[in-house]
Ligand binder design. Sequence first.
Ligand code: CMP
Length: 138
Amino acid sequence: MSNRTFTMIKPDATKNGHTGAILQMINAAGFRIVGMKMTWLSKEKAGEFYAVHAARPFYGELVDFMSSGPITAAILEKDNAVEDFRKLIGATNPAEAADGTIRKLFATSIGENAVHGSDSNENALIEGDFFFSKLEQF
Ligand code: CMP
């Protein structure tokens, strides 16, 4: 399963109407969507998803933002998915993101940064399973 990663199109990108353009870039980069849903995280669920950051000063802000509107969650498949997807989205801070990356094009700040991408194969599995049952992963 090391050929899979997990992504969310965050509330800022959803609200700004970028969902279609971001999915288009994901497909054009060679990723296959093997699970996808639009949903709205409660504060509790957003806090659970980002529990690894609970001690960080930005945690409260992150949970508030991630529960502020609808998101699109997806599992993506491609050789070397985790690393290649992180290249496609660019640095966490859009000011540092390379030209042509999803965050350079669509993110507005380090907090409201348009998309999430898993940082390891292990987390890709955990994060995918957080949103999708086995029956929803193809
Ligand atoms: P993401 O890749 O979803 O993983 C953790 C998120 O925390 C990250 O994207 C950012 O949206 C957010 N984040 C990281 N650093 C900061 C920061 N300094 N201030 C606010 N949010 C941050």
